[in-house]
Design a protein around this ligand. Structure first.
Ligand code: ZN
Length: 377
């Protein structure tokens, strides 16, 4: 029996408006109230394809089907082989006491976990999948088992390849804790040969907390190869790492990209661009005069451009990371003469054609999934 889990609400619910809260500002009385809205060139929201499930109830999932490399996450257990620990059969994810089937709650946990994983790896030319045949058809992969048998996680460093078993596992609590499946991404990072983010001393790792935000208690940001934040924004970092020849840094994104390029010379390791830089894209109709769109900054240089015809008046532009994405955005609104006339927040623009340009703010790892929206009331 197949069950269908509709994701229709996901794009709305998962959208977090980052860094654009101007609600405390007093409104200019002359422009109070939002007006006309986008005319003509918004498009209807396309149907979101539903996720299908195996007969056991496991989500059949792919985040980026055309990618040469896959990240295979086994929530149903499997064969774990480790050069140091030996070989084991590990159980999968199981909350309901029935290890061979997945009920609705377990399915929802797994789908959410997969979506987090898709955000963590959104900028790479990789496909997060639960389908073994898809894994085996890709050029190379990393595999991990999410298990009830152990807490924490473990990975054989550099286990990226074409092994028919997993060389990494992760305790299942990462699915239901504030960690938000970051630990799965962390162990996969090790299989791509990454070391820990933190403080090193005489070539030995000894401390996680090395990033400035943590010293004042702000754990909103956590590096994936570090000890984790609070799962609000998790990203790849350029870490101090004395064993590396590259200026004493571990350039985590480039190390992953090199692995991808090593099995596919046609890929540069970054995700293929979802909104090509020199093409026009329209926003989806939000049914109240404005529009929105979700996209991915798939490399540090990616620029996504959306166009709209404005009826004139006041609106609010919001743009920010979706879910656990580490994207930090630089957003500009330009008129027909290519002059910047607005940015995030409230604006009042005369009728005319405008474009929104979205790029990373330039911080390391500040790319990935985002959503942009024009709100007219
Ligand atoms: Zn680790």
């Amino acid at each position: 029996m197949k069950k269908i889990y509709a994701l229709c609400l996901f794009t709305f619910l998962a959208f977090s408006f980052n860094g654009c809260d101007s609600s405390k500002e007093k409104l200019d009385p002359e422009i109070e109230g939002y007006t006309k809205g986008i005319i003509n060139d918004v498009i209807d929201v396309p149907e979101v394809s539903a996720i299908e499930y195996s007969t056991a109830g496991l989500p059949i999932y792919q985040s980026n089907p055309d990618a040469p490399v896959s990240i295979y996450v086994a929530y149903d257990g499997g064969d774990y082989r480790s050069s140091s620990q030996g070989n084991f059969i590990l159980s999968g994810y199981n909350r309901n006491g029935s290890p061979d089937t997945f009920d609705e709650q377990e399915q929802a946990d797994i789908v959410r976990s997969l979506e987090y994983m898709a955000h963590y790896f959104a900028m790479f030319d990789v496909n997060v999948t639960t389908i073994e045949e898809v894994r085996d058809a890709s050029k190379a992969w990393s595999s991990i088992i999410v298990t009830e048998d152990h807490s924490g996680g473990r990975a054989n460093k550099g286990a990226f390849g074409t092994y028919p078993w997993s060389k990494a596992y992760c305790g299942s609590s990462t699915l239901t804790s504030s960690d938000k499946s970051r630990r799965i991404a962390h162990e996969i990072g090790h299989t791509f040969s990454l070391e820990h983010s933190g403080i090193w001393n005489n070539g030995e790792f000894y401390k996680w907390e090395d990033w400035p935000q943590w010293s004042n208690g702000d754990r909103a940001y956590g590096t994936i190869m570090g000890g984790g934040g609070k799962g609000q924004r998790n990203g790849w970092s350029n870490d101090a790492y004395p064993k590396d020849s590259d200026g004493g840094k571990q350039n985590t994104m480039n190390i992953i990209r090199q692995k991808i390029r090593s099995v596919d010379s046609k890929s540069n390791g970054w995700r293929k661009d979802d909104f090509l830089d020199n093409e026009k894209f329209y926003l989806y109709d939000n049914k109240s005069g404005g529009g929105y769109r979700q996209g991915i900054l798939g490399s540090p240089d990616d620029v996504d451009v959306f166009t709209f015809a404005w009826g004139g008046g006041k609106f609010k532009l919001s743009a920010g990371a979706v879910s656990v994405s580490a994207a930090l955005l630089d957003v500009g609104v330009f008129n027909k003469d290519n002059q910047q006339v607005a940015t995030e927040g409230e604006s009042n623009l005369p009728a005319g054609d405008y474009t929104i340009e979205i790029r990373s703010n330039g911080d390391y790892g500040a790319i990935g999934t985002y959503q942009v929206a024009i709100l007219t009331n």
